[in-house]
Design a protein around this ligand. Sequence first.
Ligand SMILES: Nc1ncnc2c1ncn2[C@@H]1O[C@H](COP(=O)(O)OP(=O)(O)OP(=O)(O)O)[C@@H](O)[C@H]1O
Ligand SMILES: [Mg+2]
Length: 240
Amino acid sequence: MIEVREVHKSFGALAVLKGVNLNVEKGEVVSVIGSSGSGKSTLLTCINGLEQINSGSILVDGVEVHARTTDLNKLRRKIGIVFQQFNAFPHLTALENVMLAPRKVLGMTKAEAEAIAVTQLSHVGLADKLSIYPGKLSGGQQQRMAIARALAMSPAYMLFDEVTSALDPQLVGEVLDTLKLLANDGTTMICVTHEMSFARDVSDRVAFFHQGVLAEIAPPDQFFNAPQHPRTKEFLSNVR
Ligand SMILES: Nc1ncnc2c1ncn2[C@@H]1O[C@H](COP(=O)(O)OP(=O)(O)OP(=O)(O)O)[C@@H](O)[C@H]1O
Ligand SMILES: [Mg+2]
């Protein structure tokens, strides 16, 4: 499981996370919503050790992410992260993009990596795009390739940071469907999202981030129908 305990994080004088607590159980899907600049992306980058924290602790399966003795490369193999801005290697096909990390990081043979890449690209509905270069994929297809690339590492946890926000509305659905599929497969996921219908329909719990703290977290029914925190109510009244 992921345990975030009283985490504080500043960029210079700017306090971004101000005592965040969050436990995510195995198999759970937690959606994180909140206004721009509230610290949602920062939380995800702290969880997989891309960013340092000032105090508190984050544990993944009992291993403290920011302990000096922690092997971050090993830990990151457990935690897939997909960002809004997807950086594909333009000179590699979809298949080669997905094969890269299993080969380089996990040391798989070409045949092993290829088998996994084909499986994962099929999983996200791109079985017919294996030999296509990223520049010739639509935005939604590129984003699904990014998800396949993360999945190829067989991570125990997946972190998604607004993976649909750069997409045209007609492409959002196909990426959300992919996320739903993963959720139904039992993947443990933290999804920062603007998609309220996704948060409502797919998550086990919804968390509301406000000015660097997790102001409220509850199952979707309770969260959307009976929010407790005044800021949650205000936020929801603006998005509905
Ligand atoms: N590397 C950085 N250096 C300095 N400041 C940063 C850095 N990354 C984020 N910040 C600042 O931290 C605050 C929180 O940023 P963060 O990206 O976590 O917000 P967010 O909730 O993800 O917002 P959005 O919904 O717009 O993506 C912002 O004020 C941002 O300017
Ligand atoms: Mg963000």
